[in-house]
Design a protein around this ligand. Structure first.
Ligand SMILES: [Zn+2]
Length: 371
């Protein structure tokens, strides 16, 4: 089903230097390499999140710096040079092999599952012809790509939906499988070979920005929808109020992180949806990044054991201390003041989940296959 001809970013990546974990790529959407640089990732020791310093400490980056660039032709924003496929695997093995690395995420997930399914139900029932909406099967069919521990699918099951899920983490896939009583595929959803047009709803939360070839992935997932079917995904929003402020102040935007290879704008997504044969029902946004760690707390933690909630078992690789803690007082104060300012802007610009503000740091995109 994959149309690899369109997957520009994985066709011919150029290694940065022999033995390096970085590669240069072209735009995944339009295939050109004319970009403007928006930001540069801090050196490994200066990454604010302990789990990112931990993951990046096992990478061979050499003197090369990681940049975030915007395609001048189509507007897609991507990491370039970026981590190779092998380096990404090593990064995740190190971070998520550390027990409890993603704690505190689950209660959030449950509330979001209720919200997502409420909106999806409304969109699926919204038939312009006034006819009764017909599901792809006897019951509504949902596929959650990157289903984690299965919270969204559990809520869908409770509502009588037929559920399918995929998950790259074997531990999470097993957990979800037990929770739901259905097999959860550990791997790419395309390996399931689901028939085109067989699903009512496809969900991808915090997935697309991690992918090496996101355009193909979106195209292939859209093909699974029946006419009137709904695709939901979330992506980092490079047109957010906070990112604009960061550029104005010439400060780093906390949205650019080592885990995310791609960043989007509402304008780009509208064009992309058009190209994929989808219509955007609506977009909204929110700001999970307002809980960004406090650099002062990081200073106190330097040299101590990994903080609770980030790691319970001692990782085989020690977490490098936060290098920014040694910056001059003025620089640390400016960083802290900027973080507070970002928090305020985030709070003010945060779209209500059902609303239509797209100035938050994460975009929620609801797209539909025309009937
Ligand atoms: Zn492009």
């Amino acid at each position: 089903m994959t149309n690899s001809l369109r997957s520009h970013s994985v066709l011919n990546p150029t290694p940065c230097s022999p033995g390096s974990d970085l590669e240069y790529v072209v735009c995944d959407y339009c295939g050109t390499d004319r970009t403007r640089r928006l930001a540069t990732l801090p050196p490994v020791g200066a990454l604010p999140l302990p789990m990112h310093r931990l993951g990046a400490s096992v990478l061979r980056l050499g003197k090369e710096r990681i940049h975030f660039c915007q395609c001048q032709r189509c507007g897609l924003v991507y990491m370039n040079p970026r981590l190779t496929e092998a380096a990404i695997a090593r990064f995740y093995d190190t971070v998520y092999g550390t027990q409890g690395a993603s704690e505190g995420f689950e209660s959030d997930q449950r509330a979001r599952a209720v919200y997502l399914l409420d909106v999806a139900t409304r969109l699926l029932a919204d038939d312009p012809d006034g006819e009764t909406a017909l599901f792809a099967g006897p019951r509504p069919q949902v596929l959650d790509i990157g289903c984690g521990a299965g919270q969204l699918l559990q809520e869908a099951q409770r509502r009588g939906w037929e559920v399918r899920g995929t998950e790259l983490s074997q531990v999470a896939a097993q957990h979800a499988s037990q929770l739901l009583g259905v097999p959860i595929h550990c791997g790419d959803f395309r390996e399931l070979r689901l028939p085109a047009g067989s699903l009512d709803l496809v969900v991808m939360q915090a997935v697309v920005e991690h992918l090496r070839a996101p355009i193909d992935f979106l195209r292939d997932s859209a093909a699974l929808l029946r006419p009137g079917g709904v695709l939901f995904f979330s992506v980092p929003n490079v047109a957010s109020a906070e990112h604009r402020l960061a550029r104005l102040l010439r400060q780093p935007w906390r949205g650019f992180i080592i885990e995310h290879l791609y960043y989007f704008t509402p304008a780009f997504l509208r064009r992309l949806a058009d190209d994929l044969g989808l219509e955007i029902a609506f977009m909204s946004s929110w700001n999970p990044l307002s809980r960004w760690p406090n650099p002062w707390r990081d200073l106190r933690r330097a040299g101590q054991r990994a903080p609770a909630g980030e790691s319970r078992s001692a990782p085989a690789t020690p977490i490098p201390p936060f290098a920014g803690a040694r910056d001059p007082l003025a620089k640390r104060a400016l960083r802290q003041a900027t973080n507070y300012l970002f928090d305020v802007v985030s709070k003010v610009s945060e779209g209500r989940r059902g609303g239509a503000s797209t100035s938050g740091n994460v975009l929620f995109v609801w797209a539909r296959k025309p009937r």
